[in-house]
Design a protein around this ligand. Sequence first.
Ligand code: FES
Length: 117
Amino acid sequence: KPKPNLKVTFELDDGRELIGKACDGDTLLDVVLNNELDLDGFGACEGTLACSTCHLVFSQEDFDRIPNKITDEEMDMLDLAYGLTETSRLGCQIYITKEFDGLRVKVPPAVNDVRLR
Ligand code: FES
């Protein structure tokens, strides 16, 4: 397995920053799990597009350069996410490549696990 050599910073609502290391091809969900980042409830459905707890907010610039566009399935889940923005994506659908080394993403203040409804 290659060494994780890419960096992602997760900005929390309370001002804290959590830093994760990623391998090329990891999803943002992988980064949270592999680095055991303290994000309560994040990634509840393990990347199967059945929750929305991996909701992240990107800068407009980063949002625009994400290569894979939002699918209908992702949109359906995003619609249920707490605090949805114009530049929201689901972290389990976003792949980190070297172009995204140093990425900063915002973690919304609350998660909404649709499976709990
Ligand atoms: Fe559940 Fe991404 S982890 S939709």
